[in-house]
Design a binder for this molecule. Structure first.
Ligand code: NAD
Ligand code: UDP
Length: 315
C-alpha cells in the first residue's frame, strides 16, 4: 500500500516534532523541512531511523522542493516565541510571507491539502473577549511585535488568495499559547521560563503587574485539534486553544504549588503585550467535536518532567 505523505515545515520545532510523531503513528510518511533557526535536531533524534521519516535541512523562505507525491503540506515554520521573533525580525517576516507562498505553491503543484499555523496574535491586543474567529483584531503594524503579527496576517491572506485563485484546498488554524515538554527552557515563553527559573532556584520574572491573561493549551490537545481541522475542517479559520484563562500571576502561583515558594521580580511589560487572551472555541467544538482535555496542573507536571530531562536534572 502506498502511504500518504505529509510535508511539515518547522518539523524540528516544539509543535512540529509532536506533529511528526502523530502523523507517523497514524501511518503517514513524513517529510520535515527545517532550517533549525529555533528548532533542535535533538527533538527528532528518536525519529531519524524511522523508515517513513525524512528530514530536509532548508530555509523555506528561499524555496521548497519535495520530490514525489504529497497529500498535505502543514506550514509551521516560523519563530514563535517573542524572544525569538524579536531577535529575528526580518527572517520572521520572510518566513510568514515568502515561506508561506512557497509552501502554498508546493501544495498547489502537488494537488495537496494545505494547513497554515496562524496565531492568536493576529487579534493583537484584543478589544473583543473572548476572541471569536470573526473578530478582526487590534494590531499595531509598526510596533515590535508586528514582524510576527503582520507576517501571520499576510500568511492568512495568502492562504485565502490561493484558495480563491487556484481552488487550493486550504485550512487555517489560529493557535493560542501552547506549552509542553519540548519547549526550550531559554526561549522566553512564560510557562517554561517560570518552570526553569523555579528549578534553578531563581526568582520568577513577572512582566508588568502580572494581571495580563493567557489561556494555556497542552500540546497533545493542540495536535488532536490540528488533525481534526485537517481531516474534517473547512477553509475558514479555527481557533485552537484552551479556553481556561489565567493571569500571569496565577500561573506563577501554580508553578510555586508544584515547585515551592519562589521570589518574584517584576520586569517592564514588553511593548504591545496583549492584556488578555482567551479563545472562543465553539466552532471547533461544535463542528469537529474537539476540546482540550489536559488541565493546567497535569500539563505543567508533564512539561516539568520534560524540562528536567532537557536540563539534565534528576526526575
Ligand atoms: P518553534 O520555534 O519551536 O518551531 C518553529 C520551527 O520552525 C523551528 O524548528 C524552526 O527552526 C523552524 N523554522 C523557522 N523559520 C524557518 C525557515 N525559514 N525555514 C525552515 N524552518 C524554519 O515554535 P512552535 O511553538 O513549535 O511554533 C510552530 C508554529 O506554530 C509557528 O508557525 C508558530 O507561529 C505557530 N504557533 C505556535 C504557538 C505556540 O504557542 N506554540 C502559538 C501560536 C502559533
Ligand atoms: N511573561 C512574563 N515573564 C516571562 C515571560 C513572559 O511575565 O518571563 C509574560 C508576557 O509578558 C506575556 C505572557 O507572559 O504577557 C505570555 O508571554 P509568552 O512570551 O509566553 O507568550 P505571548 O506573549 O506570545 O502570549
Amino acid at each position: 500500500m502506498v502511504k500518504q505523505r505529509v510535508v511539515i515545515t518547522g518539523g524540528a520545532g516544539f509543535v512540529g516534532t509532536s506533529l511528526c510523531e502523530r502523523f507517523l503513528a497514524d501511518g503517514w510518511a513524513v517529510v520535515a523541512v527545517d532550517n533549525l533557526c529555533t528548532g533542535r535536531m535533538d527533538n527528532l533524534a528518536h525519529l531519524r531511523q524511522h523508515p517513513d521519516f525524512q528530514l530536509q535541512i532548508a530555509d523555506v523562505s528561499d524555496g521548497l522542493t519535495v520530490a514525489g507525491e504529497v497529500a498535505a503540506v502543514l506550514h509551521f515554520a516560523s519563530p514563535a516565541s517573542p524572544f525569538d521573533y524579536l531577535a529575528m525580525p526580518i527572517a520572521t517576516l520572510r518566513v510568514g510571507s515568502a515561506g508561506t507562498l512557497n509552501a502554498l505553491e508546493l501544495a498547489k503543484i502537488k494537488g495537496a491539502r494545505f494547513l497554515l499555523a496562524s496565531t492568536s496574535e493576529i487579534y493583537g491586543d484584543p478589544l473583543e473577549h473572548p476572541q471569536r474567529e470573526s473578530y478582526l483584531g487590534n494590531v499595531s503594524s509598526i510596533g515590535p511585535r508586528s514582524v510576527y503579527d503582520e507576517a501571520k496576517r499576510f500568511a492568512e491572506a495568502a492562504t485565502m488568495a490561493y484558495r480563491r485563485s487556484f481552488a487550493t484546498d486550504t485550512r487555517i488554524i489560529r493557535i493560542f499559547n501552547t506549552y509542553g515538554p519540548r519547549l526550550k527552557p531559554d526561549d522566553g515563553r512564560v510557562v517554561t521560563a517560570f518552570l526553569a527559573q523555579a528549578l534553578r532556584g531563581e526568582p520568577l520574572t513577572v512582566f508588568g503587574d502580572g494581571g495580563q491573561t493567557r489561556s494555556f493549551c497542552y500540546v497533545d490537545d493542540l495536535v488532536e485539534g490540528i488533525v481534526r481541522v485537517l481531516e474534517r475542517g473547512d477553509g475558514m479559520p479555527y481557533n485552537l486553544g484552551n479556553p481556561n484563562e489565567f493571569t500571569i500571576m496565577e500561573l506563577a502561583e501554580r508553578v510555586q504549588e508544584l515547585l515551592g515558594p519562589q521570589r518574584i521580580i517584576y520586569r517592564p511589560l514588553p511593548a504591545d503585550d496583549p492584556k488578555q487572551r482567551q479563545p472562543d472555541i465553539r466552532r471547533a467544538r461544535e463542528e469537529l467535536g474537539w476540546e482540550p482535555k489536559v488541565q493546567l496542573r497535569e500539563g505543567l507536571e508533564k512539561t516539568l518532567a520534560g524540562l528536567r530531562a532537557t536540563l539534565g536534572l534528576p526526575a
